[in-house]
Structures are given as structure tokens and as C-alpha cells.
Design a binder for this molecule. Structure first.
Ligand code: 13P
Length: 279
């Protein structure tokens, strides 16, 4: 069944493991991830960006597709369907109306005050529907070379003035393929964790080495977002398959040729994050 992410994230925070958020790009992605999460008894968050939502068909299509998969595949682990980086209040409202159980309001391009106001608007609406809300204040870069870090005082002010369920700090992480080896600011994370009560989220999880992942989980990260790594590994496998099988034209075979690559990586992440056997 779909649920919000409050209970799963709080349990992860208390027991020091991290819930994976795997971003989905299509039906197959969702199916592969749900199957492995069920096999490993791991709660899971399926993240969908505004772009991916548009690609798949719209908010309602995504919700009904995921509900259908949960039913037909007999998925019993907790699954949260999350709008990743909702860029406007309206986008979050659209997701909630369609049946998403979790949203991120990303007001990081706005001033702290504007971000607080936007976030509070989303929270007010989300509470009526029992939907969880994640937010960030400092833009987590898309230029693959993150130089922006959240300021502790701003984070404390933001969390005191909103009632968010989880917070995504900027600690040297970035989305996409890192240009240089990422070095996370663990001291900053430690300070944030000492001053903040709610679960913390690491965006840009692809490309961060296992040792740093283990350290950030100890320092309060309770959710880790992964997208790029699954795309890279799926496309690599599909390219090999197409080069070897010049006469195949069935899209089912072509898309599915990347299945094992995705499922292997999802399994490795779940075990690294420690979310297996939690339900
Ligand atoms: P990556 O694509 O770098 O894994 O980041 C995913 C993410 O943070 C989605 O919000």
C-alpha cells in the first residue's frame, strides 16, 4: 500500500539506516525497483521528477501505474510515492490531488523568507491529505560540481518556522555525474544533525563512495536519493544488447535488457543503506 514517508523515515533515523529513494523514469523502472525492494523486505520511496511525470503522462498516470504495480506484484513493503523537486506550490498540490503520498517543495531558488512561505503553503495542504513534505534551502547543484553549502543558522530558522517532515541539506553533494570526486562536509552534517530533530536527506547519492555513505548515515542521513547511477547502468547494458542483437526490434526485449543491471545496483544500494529486512 502507498503511505507517506514519515513513519519509515523516523524508524530509519532511530535505527541508523537510510531509506532509498530511487527515481523512476517509466513503468519498467518502477517494476524492477518494487520487485527487489519486496525481495529484500526494504521500504522504498519512488521519486518522480516533474520532467519524468510529464514524460510518463501526468500525475494521475503515475499514481495509477504505481498502485497497479503494487497490487499486481503483491508488494507488501511500505512504498511512498514522492514528487521530487516540486518547483512550485501548484506542482505539489497537483501531485497531492492525484494521490502522491509525499512531496518535496524546492523553494531553493527563492529567498529564505519566500521559501518558508511557499513551504508552509504546501504543508497546510499536505496535512489535510496526510502527505509528508521534504524541503531544501540551498540549491543542490545540477552543475555536477557543488560549491554551495547550507548555512546552519538558516537551516535552524527554516525548520523552526516550518513543520517539514524531512530536510535536504547541501553538504557538497550534487545531482548527476560528479566532475570531481565528491567530498562531503561531514562536520557541517554533524552540526546540522546535533541541532535538528527531523530526518535528513542526501540528494545526489550516485557517485558517492560506500565509506562516505556509511558515515553520513551515522550522522543522521535517513534517506538517500539515487537516479543517475541507475540510468548509467541501464543504458550501458541496453547499448551492449543492441550492438549484439542487431535484428531485435521488440521494445519489451530492448528495455528489459537493462533489467538485471538496474536490479543488481538497487540490491547493492539497499544493502549498503541497511534498509533490508526492516519489514
Ligand atoms: P543523482 O541523480 O545524482 O543520483 O541524484 C538523485 C537525486 O538527488 C534526486 O533528487
Amino acid at each position: 500500500m502507498l503511505s507517506n514517508s514519515i513513519k519509515m523515515l523516523n524508524k530509519a533515523k532511530n535505527e541508523k539506516y537510510a531509506i532509498p529513494q530511487f527515481n523512476i523514469n517509466n513503468l519498467e523502472w518502477a517494476k524492477y525497483i518494487l520487485e527487489i525492494s519486496q525481495n529484500l523486505k526494504s521500504p522504498v520511496i519512488l521519486g518522480v521528477s516533474e520532467n519524468a511525470i510529464k514524460y510518463i503522462g501526468g500525475y494521475n498516470t503515475v499514481v495509477n501505474m504505481i498502485k497497479g504495480l503494487i497490487k499486481d506484484l503483491n508488494i507488501t513493503v511500505p512504498v511512498s510515492l514522492h514528487l521530487d523537486h516540486g518547483k512550485s506550490v501548484q506542482s505539489c498540490i497537483n501531485a497531492i490531488n492525484a494521490g502522491f503520498t509525499s512531496v518535496m517543495i524546492d523553494g531553493s531558488k527563492f529567498s529564505l523568507n519566500e521559501n518558508i512561505n511557499m513551504t508552509n503553503e504546501v504543508i497546510k495542504y499536505a496535512k489535510e491529505y496526510n502527505v509528508s513534505v521534504e524541503a531544501e534551502i540551498e540549491n543542490i547543484d545540477d552543475n555536477y560540481d557543488n560549491n554551495s553549502y547550507s548555512k546552519l543558522q538558516d537551516i535552524i530558522e527554516f525548520i523552526n518556522k516550518t513543520d517539514i517532515n524531512s530536510f535536504a541539506p547541501s553538504i557538497g553533494n550534487a545531482h548527476g555525474i560528479y566532475k570531481n570526486e565528491p567530498k562531503l562536509e561531514l562536520n557541517l552534517l554533524k552540526q546540522i544533525n546535533e541541532n535538528v530533530d527531523i530526518p535528513l536527506v542526501l540528494h545526489g547519492g550516485s557517485g558517492i563512495d560506500d565509506e562516505q555513505i556509511k558515515k553520513v548515515i551515522k550522522l543522521g542521513i535517513s534517506k538517500i536519493n539515487i537516479n543517475t547511477q541507475l540510468q548509467v547502468e541501464w543504458s550501458k547494458q541496453v547499448r551492449i544488447f543492441l550492438n549484439k542483437n542487431k535484428n531485435v526490434y521488440d521494445p519489451k526485449e530492448i528495455i528489459n535488457s537493462g533489467k538485471d543491471a538496474i536490479q543488481k545496483r538497487v540490491m547493492e544500494y539497499i544493502i549498503l543503506f541497511g534498509s533490508n529486512n526492516k519489514y
